[in-house]
Design a binder for this molecule. Structure first.
Ligand code: G3P
Ligand code: CA
Length: 328
């Protein structure tokens, strides 16, 4: 039984980006329902999230789908339906499947390579009816939920591994750009955010004269060497100054927010000095994002001590309630 508090969010007139702090529903409502499913989107909207996140990759026939990985085996039953399509590394790559084949699959709670749920207390099934949505299907659902009028949620779209797509001869930027244009979200800075680890992808949006929605540079430690970003430099004042030339904010991994004394890191101080949005990831009630700091304490650290502008959370309802309780 999924227990979550579903009290209706108060009707607000401010835009999602004006919310202080903004609650960014990480991968939908993945603390309760399988990540990146339309059922999770609906729940996150009901829980009052200011933004709902989409991670985006391309199918073999070039369709943007909402999926975190470039492979399918950890979040779908692809291995059952298409065992012969496994690659030598044991994985099932999205680009080896058409949209039609991917939408014949059932999506499920994230597992590790042994098939064990990464978060053991999360959704244990059954998974009938959970699917991998296209980006267009998810934006269409969010638009229809917003049209009901009692809560407006923005979209927060991450282009996943553009470098990988380029090596395949696929243009993830163009495919996402076309969907944004179709949904009139190219010039929608208050409710449409584009996020990416790749600076070059963000610079492509920045240099496009028709695009003026919000851009966020993601920053994390220990990233694969074949990615284009210099994530160590991005944590320096110089690096933040360079980011400011093409982005409106940063989305740092939570541990990067603090220096060794527990105070704000140089990256945080530099971002604030330059007026960049600070949207760290990820708040989880069932897993420590910062060693030795519990979920409530972490909300205080982020929203009271550091005064970040918003944060990604797996539990939008719990973050919403803590913001109220802590009178943030
Ligand atoms: O996009 C912000 C955060 O989600 C980045 O990490 O791995 O959850 O996409 P990941
Ligand atoms: Ca993401």
């Amino acid at each position: 039984m999924v227990s979550h508090n579903n009290s209706k969010p108060e009707v607000t007139t401010m835009s999602p980006l004006q919310a202080k702090p903004a609650i960014i529903a990480h991968r939908g409502a993945c603390g309760y329902l399988p990540e990146h499913t339309l059922q999770g989107v609906e729940l996150a909207h009901q829980q009052g999230a200011h933004f709902i996140e989409q991670d985006v990759v391309l199918t073999g026939d070039g369709i943007p789908i909402v999926l975190h990985d470039i492979t399918l085996e950890l979040t779908t039953n692809v291995a059952v339906l298409f065992p012969e399509r496994q690659q030598h590394d044991g994985k099932f790559y999205c680009h080896d499947f058409t949209l039609k084949e991917i939408q014949s699959m059932t999506a499920h709670e994230r597992t590790d390579s042994e098939g064990r749920r990464v978060f053991p207390s999360r959704h244990a099934g059954p998974y009938d009816g959970f699917k991998v949505p296209t980006l267009a299907e998810e934006l269409s659902l969010i638009d229809s939920l917003n049209a009901k009028g009692n809560h407006q949620a923005g979209v927060y779209i991450e282009l996943k591994q553009p470098e990988h797509h380029e090596r395949l001869g696929a243009d993830l930027f163009k495919a996402v750009y076309d969907v944004l244009e179709r949904f009139d979200r190219l010039n929608d800075p208050q409710s449409t955010v584009i996020q990416c680890f790749d600076p070059e992808t963000l610079k492509r949006f920045k240099s496009d004269e028709r695009f003026s929605s919000t851009l966020i540079q993601l920053i994390c430690e220990g990233m694969p060497a074949d990615l284009r970003g210099d994530f160590d430099r991005m944590q320096t004042a110089q690096g933040i100054g360079e980011i400011r030339q093409y982005a409106d904010g940063i989305g740092p991994h939570i541990p990067l927010l603090f220096d060794k004394n527990g105070g704000p890191s140089k990256m945080v101080t530099a971002a604030k000095n330059l007026g960049l949005f600070l949207h760290p990831f990820t708040l989880r009630a069932d897993s420590a994002s910062l060693d030795g700091v519990n979920f409530t304490e972490l909300h205080k650290k982020l929203f009271v001590d550091l005064q970040v502008d918003g944060a990604f959370t797996d539990f939008s309802d719990k973050t919403r309630d803590l913001i109220r309780q802590l009178e943030i």
